[in-house]
Design a protein around this ligand. Structure first.
Ligand code: FCB
Length: 452
């Protein structure tokens, strides 16, 4: 047992993190374009103005994907590149760019997977209240319609939102991400509700205007939970912890069920409805119906997890990480078990074919004296995580894995200080170089994980 014959091995990026060309050919501004201008927001004063210059170098990037053997490429469309104001008039040059990228991918036998929203909220929409304005549901729907009309003759795989936990939680609660606001809790629940409705509306529009049968999904995130032992009570404790609400209200967005139960089960979790009752907007049956518009696949971005056991009091408790626990360059814990238990628990609850839409690590990568980029930590990380995923693949309907990221890129508020790529980018020269892990991943793809 292992990965199915048609398992999809991919890599992922997002528009602002790689494209650059922020002022070119009619692109409008989005919240990150504006946010990076203010000193103090981004490490080292960095910005995505040039990023990986993918806008001009996408052909080279596609050829690198082909060399690695990548079967599918998950990328996002910059909403403000195709609709500079977020609604209304279309920027045809933006459409031409994505058309050319899609054609180049297909020519090279790489399947495009489009994410509609990976945080590039058009500034004009932000000015009108952004996620707080209920009109965003229709604006996002119209944007989805445009994407379906223009690209779905060639593209059949779509994800609506990437990590709403982050664009609401980091953008509007902690203020670490654009637009950098610390909003009242009440507002953030309203934004979350509108975002979920926007997701539902986009699903409808993709279906209505799709030129063929489309596979539509959703790509939230969250830390996973895994049991300390395989004793039934520990497994149950980990399951409960995974779907529980966050006990810290200012961090409420970090949970799975508030974001996924409505989409896949048609209701918000009871625990959350009780806990957050004072902050909730009006929620109607009609809203819930829209949010639960059926999707085909479920995507989850998984980077790590927490170890859980059943406490003596019959309540799940977190097992403290040991001193000196393994961590990545960005200090995220290395917990391969997250890629077995996470998918398994998610599948048990939601019963949807699953993709891992992101997973990977940042390392302190450098070009060595021999001119190559050796990243044994990344290969080790991937070997451990993918082995766990392989176990899950034997038990659930798992469709694919997208490595984050294809190449080093602009890591949001951390600027270029974190390198997540299989491909090294020299930002001074824009030279790309495959890291050792890219060659290793090539073998994984070729053997469909037999070498794990
Ligand atoms: C995820 C984001 C992605 C990237 C990785 C490291 O949360 O979706 O854009 O920042 O983390």
């Amino acid at each position: 047992m292992g990965f199915s014959e048609n398992f999809v091995w991919g890599a992922a990026t997002s528009a602002y993190q790689i494209e650059g060309a922020v002022k070119e050919e009619g692109k409008g501004e989005h919240i990150w374009d504006v946010y990076v201008k203010e000193p103090g927001h981004i490490y080292g004063g960095h910005n995505g103005n040039s990023a990986c210059d993918h806008y001009h170098r996408f052909r080279e990037d596609v050829s690198i994907m082909k060399e690695i053997g990548i079967m599918a490429y998950r990328f996002s469309i910059d909403w403000s590149r195709v609709l500079p104001e977020g609604f209304g008039s279309v920027n045809e040059s933006g459409i031409v760019f994505y058309d050319s990228l899609i054609n180049e991918l297909l020519k090279n036998g790489i399947e495009p997977y489009i994410t509609l929203h990976h945080w590039e909220l058009p500034y004009e929409i932000y000015k009108r209240g952004g996620w707080m304005n209920p009109q965003i549901v229709e604006w996002f729907g119209e944007y989805a319609r445009l994407i379906a009309e223009r690209f779905s003759d060639r593209v059949t795989h779509f994800f609506t939102l990437n990590e709403p936990q982050c664009f609401v939680g980091l953008g509007y609660l902690t203020g670490d991400h654009a637009p950098g606001i610390k909003a009242p809790l009440r507002d953030t629940f309203e934004m979350a509700h509108n975002a979920l409705k926007a997701h539902g509306r986009a699903v409808q529009m993709l279906r209505q205007y799709g030129k063929q049968r489309l596979t539509v999904g959703y790509a939230p995130t969250c830390g996973m939970c895994y049991p300390e032992t395989e004793k039934a009570e520990d497994i149950e404790a980990a399951r409960q912890a995974l779907f529980a609400m966050n006990q810290d209200d200012r961090n409420w967005t970090w949970n799975v069920s508030w974001w996924s139960d409505p989409v896949l089960l048609g209701n918000y979790p009871e625990e959350g409805l009780k806990r957050y009752e004072p902050y909730l907007p009006r929620i109607t049956d009609e809203d819930m119906k829209l949010i639960a518009e059926p999707i085909d696949v479920y995507g989850q971005n998984i980077y790590n997890g927490r170890c859980i056991r059943m406490g003596r009091d019959g309540m799940p408790e977190e097992v403290k990480r040991c001193e000196g626990f393994p961590k990545t360059a960005v200090s995220w814990p290395v917990t391969p078990e997250a890629l077995y238990w996470g998918p398994k628990f998610l599948y048990e609850r939601y019963r949807k074919p699953l993709y891992i839409t992101e997973n990977g690590m940042s390392c302190h990568d450098v070009v060595s004296i021999d001119g190559k980029v050796h990243d044994p930590n990344r290969t080790d990380f991937l070997a451990r995580y993918l082995k766990e995923l392989k176990r899950a693949a034997g038990e659930i309907d798992l469709r694919g894995y997208f490595h984050w990221s294809l190449m080093d890129n602009f890591e949001w508020e951390k600027g270029y200080s974190e390198r997540f790529g299989l491909v090294y980018v020299d930002y001074q020269t824009q030279k790309r170089m495959k890291k050792d892990s890219a060659y290793w991943y090539q073998d994984v793809i070729r053997s469909n994980g037999a070498n794990l």
